[in-house]
Design a protein around this ligand. Structure first.
Ligand code: G6P
Ligand code: ZN
Length: 540
């Protein structure tokens, strides 16, 4: 059935898909226009195979039913769907690759809260399993601005609870267990017997699934296959509103886990994941591991896991992520890459075999096993390293700093600012950049200052205006950029980094260690002065 429609403004995918208020997605034609734009902008759905699933948030199932009917009416050959329309983002990426699918549609607004008054999102991934490239998302947006009709089959809903094959017209709908293939992939990468032996020896862990999609994955893998004590995984059932939780694994939102890990009788290891399972936070007994440090430690120790025994080809990090991983890459004699924020920028490096491990300060870590960041993968790699080294998280982290020095690091977020105000801060600092190199600030000399531009070494494409960075001679940095994932006003992110070579000064409190950089940032950008805010809303 062909239904006429009119373009809807603002269907521009951000850092990670199109993310809007749930009610916007539920409004007339909104989802359908966008899905048709995806099909149209990627050469049509005729004869193609897709993977479909989401993080279980409110409207997940209804949206999946609509997309299935649209795929059928657009001539798709087959759609592989996670049972209950559930799939974590990394599991979807794996399924696209394993089945040689033409792409995948993932229903998620990642770590944003879910529910009728919260957020919903749609991400489109390409045949390599990774987020669509800028060129593709631009084409989808362009198409959304001229669309005049969409196609949808006038058929009954599919029974999404039933594993196996069903049909809409001649399109096959193949419903699969969302966990099975992913769990097998993890077993191929990590030493499950060794980790199982560690749990059997009394190792205790807490995994907070935050009422989101990793619950079933973590239960099956950690408790089921690795023998972690029953109850190790908490908030394990995916709920449409994530039980009112904000499923973002950082010290602010995963405070229950933080309290437990810093309390009396803390388990040996703690971890949390986000709405769609691609993010992770890792905590030791009384010690928090920043995502930037986590990437560096994983890079330095990955060879301890069977899947990475041959060594790494290179390590990539997003520009605002601390430079800790670069020092590991240098020591290993492998490539270090600095990309703009957004996992899609790692895709070419992974596809071309230049990088094996990637990571971002925004709680994302992953490798070339899929083309998304992967929360549980990071947790399992940590577990494998802990099982091999037989040291605590704290011991491993401290030994790492002694060897490589420590990149003190923190991100300060100023949320829901009026867009003009956020732009004023950015424009103010951008204008000052050319005059900064050679000047002194915070007792250091600024060695370079620019608006980060990236030239992809594989396909030569360029991305400009990816964040303002001020770099000091001692390796310390101040970075300022606007978030690309917010749904309300603008969010300004200030990333602060100070390098301490050691052996002294490796054990300071992070915010205290960064105090000179915090003052320098205010002097440079005047965030508080311009926004009138007294301080950041979230500190990670
Ligand atoms: C999503 C992307 C990440 C990115 C993050 C940053 O999670 O998948 O790759 O790092 O957004 O978001 P921001 O709000 O800083 O643009
Ligand atoms: Zn996510």
């Amino acid at each position: 059935m062909r239904v006429t429609t009119r373009p809807i403004e603002g269907q521009k995918p951000g850092t990670s898909g199109l993310r809007k208020k749930t009610k916007v997605f539920m409004s007339k034609g909104y989802l359908k226009n966008f899905i048709q734009s995806i099909f149209d902008a990627t050469g049509g759905a005729e004869g193609k195979t897709y993977v479909l699933g989401g993080d279980g948030r409110y409207f997940n199932v209804e949206a999946a039913q609509t997309i299935l009917k649209m795929a059928a009416a657009n001539g798709a050959k087959r759609v592989i769907v996670g049972q209950g329309a559930l799939l974590s983002t990394p599991a979807a990426s794996h399924l696209i690759r394993r089945n040689g699918a033409d792409g995948g549609i993932i229903l998620s607004a990642s770590h944003n809260p879910g529910g009728p008054d919260a957020d919903f999102g749609v991400k489109f991934n390409g045949p390599n399993g990774g987020p669509a490239s800028e060129a593709v998302t631009e084409a989808i947006f362009a198409r959304s601005g001229e669309i005049d009709a969409y196609c949808i089959a006038d058929e009954r809903d599919i029974d999404l609870s039933k594993i196996g094959m069903q049909h809409i017209g001649c399109m096959e709908v193949f419903i699969i267990d969302p966990v099975a293939d992913y769990a097998r992939l993890m077993e191929s990468l990590f030493d499950f017997p060794k980790i199982r032996a560690m749990f059997a020896g009394g190792f205790r862990m807490r995994f907070d699934a935050m009422c989101a999609v990793t619950g079933p994955y973590a239960k099956e893998i950690l408790e089921g296959r690795l023998g972690a004590a029953p109850g190790t995984v908490v908030h394990a059932e995916p709920l449409p509103d994530f039980g009112g939780m904000h499923p973002d694994p950082n010290p602010t939102w995963a405070h229950e886990l933080m309290d437990e890990m810093f309390g009396a009788d803390a388990p040996d290891f703690g971890a949390a994941s986000d709405g769609d399972g691609d993010r992770n936070m890792v905590v030791g007994q009384g010690i928090y591991v920043s995502p930037s440090d986590s990437l560096a430690v994983l890079a330095a120790n990955a060879h301890l896991a069977p899947g990475y025994r041959a060594g790494l080809k290179g390590v990539a990090r997003s520009m605002p992520t601390s430079c800790a991983a670069d020092r590991v890459a240098e020591a290993l004699g492998i490539g270090a890459y600095e990309t703009p924020t957004g996992w899609k920028f790692f895709g070419n490096l992974l596809d071309a075999g230049r990088a094996t491990l990637c990571g971002e300060e925004s709680f994302g870590t992953g490798s070339d096993h899929v083309r998304e960041k992967d929360g549980l993968w990071a947790v399992l790699l940590w577990l494998n390293i802990l099982a091999e080294r037989k040291e605590s998280v704290g011991e491993i982290l401290k030994a790492h700093w002694r060897k490589f020095g420590r990149n003190y690091y923190s991100r300060h977020d100023y949320e829901a600012l009026p867009v003009e105000v956020a732009n004023e801060v950015m424009d103010g600092l951008r204008a000052r950049l050319p005059g900064l190199p050679g000047t002194d600030l915070a007792g250091r000399t600024i060695s370079s200052a620019d608006d980060f531009a990236y030239a992809d070494p594989v396909d030569g494409s360029t991305s400009e205006r990816q964040g303002l960075r001020v770099v000091f001679g001692d390796g310390s940095r101040i970075v300022l950029r606007l978030s690309g994932t917010g749904t309300e006003g603008a969010t300004l992110r200030l990333y602060l980094e100070r390098y301490a070579a050691g052996p002294d000064g490796l054990d300071q409190e992070v915010q205290a260690a960064l105090a000179p950089m915090i003052r320098a940032a205010e002097e440079l950008a005047g965030i508080r002065a311009v926004t009138g805010r007294e301080g950041p809303d979230v500190v990670t």
